[in-house]
Design a protein around this ligand. Structure first.
Ligand code: FES
Length: 261
């Protein structure tokens, strides 16, 4: 599948916004799904592996999808060299997105660092289509790693609470502390928690969900390798047996993740 780069710019620190014209993906993508992008130059295969990027928005009308990524190695550094107008070799949408829970009236979305963008997409769907009240909690080490907080509000979230470990943006501390604090002070109508970010953060979110009996879904996208079910390098142990993060996930109910419960 090919796309075309409609816009590609550094937005802050090591983070880039990539906007691609890819109508087939834009038509069907769901929040929580991802794409695999060939980062090597045309006619070369080095590096061989594609890079997984989660989808931040998908507009069927314009055929545009958006992704944000952070330069984290050679692959993403190569990707950052691609220019607006260039062709993009892109596969997707892949994986299963966040589940729809019709009985839920409130969503608490919790994102850390590069785990923030897919929750922006989720917020849009929940608020604009499903009429769910969304409160967003986003966190990182510093404000440099807080990407696009305004997008949550634009997409309909009632509130967005930022937390940074050094305290330069939002409250000082972990985003999970902000979530706990919020739940201590507010009664939330039929809540569900959706989270994406570093595993340590996700495990802390899972503990909060479990202790408060709130259904909790996490996206394990950090575990991705080939992205298409071929390498079995992304297997997780669940109550239903071993599952691949890329094709069975990346979103899992934390109650199903064996080492997490
Ligand atoms: Fe290769 Fe999932 S990343 S099987």
């Amino acid at each position: 599948m090919t796309g075309n780069i409609a816009y590609h710019k550094k937005i802050q620190s090591q983070y880039f916004l990539l906007r691609a014209h890819s109508p087939d993906i834009a038509a069907t993508a769901k929040p929580g799904q991802f794409v695999m992008i060939k980062v090597s130059s045309e006619n070369t295969t080095d590096p061989l592996l594609r890079r997984p990027l989660s989808i931040m928005s998908a507009e069927p009308e314009s055929g545009i999808i958006e992704m944000i990524y952070k330069i984290a190695g050679r692959g993403t550094a190569l990707l950052s060299n691609k220019k607006t107008g260039q062709n993009l070799d892109i596969i997707g949408p892949l994986g299963n997105g966040f589940p729809e829970l019709p009985q839920s009236h409130s969503a608490l979305v919790v994102g850390g660092g590069v785990g923030i963008p897919p929750l922006i997409f989720l917020t849009q769907r929940l608020c604009q289509r499903d009429n769910v009240a969304v409160t967003a909690f986003i966190g990182a080490k510093t404000g440099q790693d807080i990407v696009c907080p305004e997008r949550f509000l634009i997409n309909g979230a009632e509130n967005v609470l930022c937390a940074t470990e050094n305290g330069d943006t939002g409250v000082k501390g972990f985003v999970t502390e902000a979530l706990n604090d919020f739940l201590n002070k507010h009664s939330v109508d039929t809540p569900v928690i959706y989270a994406c970010g570093p595993e340590q953060m996700l495990k802390a979110v899972a503990r909060i969900g479990k202790s408060r009996s709130i259904p909790t879904f996490v996206s394990l996208e950090e575990h991705m390798g080939c992205g298409v079910g071929a390498c079995l390098g992304c297997v997780v142990d669940t109550v239903n047996g071993y599952k691949t993060v890329c094709s069975d996930g990346p979103v899992f109910n934390t109650a199903d993740l064996k080492s997490w419960i």
